[in-house]
Design a protein around this ligand. Sequence first.
Ligand code: CTP
Length: 422
Amino acid sequence: MTDPFVTGSHDDVAASPTGRRPRVVLGVSGGIAAYKACELLRRFTESGHDVTVVPTAAALEFVGAPTWAALSGKPVATDVWTGVHAVPHVRIGQDADLVVVAPATADLVAKAAHGLADDLLTNTLLTVRCPVVFAPAMHTEMWEHPATVANVATLRARGVIVVEPDEGRLTGKDTGKGRLPDPAEIFELAVDVLNRDGAELDLAGRRVVVSAGGTREYLDPVRFLGNRSSGLQGYALARTAAARGAEVTLVAANVSLPDPAGVKVVAVSTTAELRDAVVAATATADAVVMAAAPADFRPTSVSDAKIKKSDDGSAPSIELVQNPDILKQISHDRARPGQVIVGFAAETGDASSSVRELAVAKLARKGCDLLVVNDVSGGAVFGSPDNEAVILSTSGEARQVPRGSKGALAHAIWDQVLTRLH
Ligand code: CTP
């Protein structure tokens, strides 16, 4: 007989290196955002993960055990006194490949930071040796309270990934920082952590800045000069850096993608705004990756009113001036010693120079440490989920990254950044 509670498709198993389904423990603590963890759970089960849900007693006040059982296809363990013969408080943690706690309340963050173990979830957190991701959700005052700040710092220092909450509408009428990030984004981050197969959080304690998207230069209130950059590569860089433990600022120019979980997103539109935001964030950064496509030129003047066409069929000419070169500026100014700066180059090659020759010249001209070179003959990269590139370094190395996901290229870039940071 089929189990009526099993709704997740377990056929599309996400292969793990050991050939079995990756085991995820989903800890849920007692906040209103517990209902969003149902969506997270669905994403895990539907992509073939074996999920054990461990809700706290308070979480069950918000979402009941039947919901967790139905969505995970498994009985739900809620306390240490059920099934004692199987020693669940130890076994669940020992078997896990990844633990995600979403939402994590201030109380749970405090207990985890201090090693308290008074229920099944806190016991499990003490027994696990796999990566742990916390996605806190609470009111702004609780998040900013010195006790919570210290507890979060303790967890991070121990290698736990604590995702920054989103800003926005909270439970009541108030708004502020403390919302649980979009479950789809928590899922992406969690899968990225899992796919690294226990690799250490090698960017923990590092601050990184990533720019993404394409800037717009306005002619009048409704028209602009822009480009085809989707922001996908920059967003992949931000997400993967967060999954490796970095504190990430993402300066996004006109990107219509959801904010990656735990990443501070600064929205900009023009190249001048992009420069100001990047320069400000760069002051305290260990690494900066300029994945954005800033417009090189802007109209000399912006009309306050919509430009009208004339009856005689003539077209206006648009006079342009050059924009600041942000990559060049931050590479030459070097806000901090040892800062690693990475540029991108989208090249097509021309009659006199190959893509590689143009890229080598650009690396020298910009003054950055690494240059990620895409051959865009035919517009191959824009909007595509895949990418391939060569990472050139000032020491003359050229590392070929074969065609793969933009996430895979992002990891390869962070690997190169790390060797330089060391
Ligand atoms: N870039 C920048 N500021 C600009 C233009 C580009 O910081 N005004 C950065 C991009 O984010 C990218 C790198 O410079 O990391 C190279 O961008 P690209 O458009 O290839 O370089 P350009 O200097 O515009 O060179 P080209 O004349 O070949 O277009």
